[in-house]
Design a protein around this ligand. Structure first.
Ligand code: ZN
Length: 190
C-alpha cells in the first residue's frame, strides 16, 4: 500500500481507497474547499464521508444526508474530467468547457472527476445546512452551466463549484451573491 497519508483537512473515505490517485483527488477537493471556507464549515463538511458504489444505472454522485455520506459511482469518479466531460457533452447534459475549464491543470488526470464532484456535492451540503429554509437559493436561470439550469439547488451547487475553483468572475452577480451569502452568513447556529 502506498497511499498518500490522509491529510487532516481531507474527507474520510469509507472502505478502501481505490488507489493512490483517488486519495489525491479527494485531497485536492478538500484543499480547494479549505481555501475558501472557514474551519467551522470544513468541520461540517468533514462529517460527511465518501462512499463509492458501482452501478450501470445510477450514475454520478449525490449526498445522502441521512447517513452523512457523499455517495459516488466509482466508475464515473475515476474518469479524468476530460473523459467525463466528453461523455456528458455527448449526452447533452453539460456543455463543452463546463468542467474542464475550471481545472485545466488536472483535466487529464484519473479521478479528476471526483475532485470536481466533491466540490459540487459540498455545495449541496452547505446549501442545505446553512440555516433558513432556502434550499433553493438560486434561480436556475443564473446557473453558470447547463447542468444547473433546471433546478435551483443544482444551480447553486454549480455556482459554488465555480466559486471554489477560482472562477467567481464567471458567475452572474446573482449567483455570486447566493454563494457569498451562504458562505458568510447564517452559520451562527451550527
Ligand atoms: Zn448536484
Amino acid at each position: 500500500m502506498s497511499e498518500e497519508p490522509l491529510k487532516p483537512s481531507s474527507f474520510e473515505v469509507l472502505g478502501p481507497v481505490l488507489d493512490p490517485e483517488c486519495q489525491l483527488a479527494v485531497n485536492a477537493a478538500a484543499e480547494a474547499l479549505a481555501a475558501k471556507l472557514t474551519p467551522a464549515q470544513m468541520e461540517l463538511l468533514k462529517q460527511f464521508r465518501i462512499r463509492f458504489f458501482k452501478s450501470d444505472e445510477k450514475r454520478g454522485s449525490h449526498v445522502d444526508f441521512e447517513n452523512k455520506e457523499i455517495v459516488c459511482n466509482s466508475d464515473d469518479a475515476m474518469m479524468s474530467l476530460q473523459q467525463s466531460e466528453d461523455y456528458l457533452v455527448e449526452q447533452g447534459i453539460i456543455e463543452s468547457g463546463d468542467t474542464i475549464n475550471l481545472l485545466p491543470d488536472i483535466k487529464d488526470q484519473p479521478w479528476s472527476t471526483l475532485t470536481s464532484e466533491l466540490v459540487h456535492e459540498s455545495g449541496h451540503i452547505l446549501d442545505k445546512l446553512s440555516g433558513g429554509d432556502s434550499y433553493s437559493r438560486l434561480d436556475p436561470k443564473f446557473s453558470p452551466t447547463k447542468y444547473g439550469s433546471e433546478e435551483p439547488h443544482e444551480a447553486f451547487a454549480e455556482a459554488f463549484r465555480f466559486y471554489v475553483f477560482g472562477a467567481a468572475d464567471r458567475l452572474s452577480p446573482e449567483a455570486l451573491k447566493a454563494v457569498e451569502d451562504t458562505i458568510h452568513h447564517n452559520w451562527g447556529e451550527l
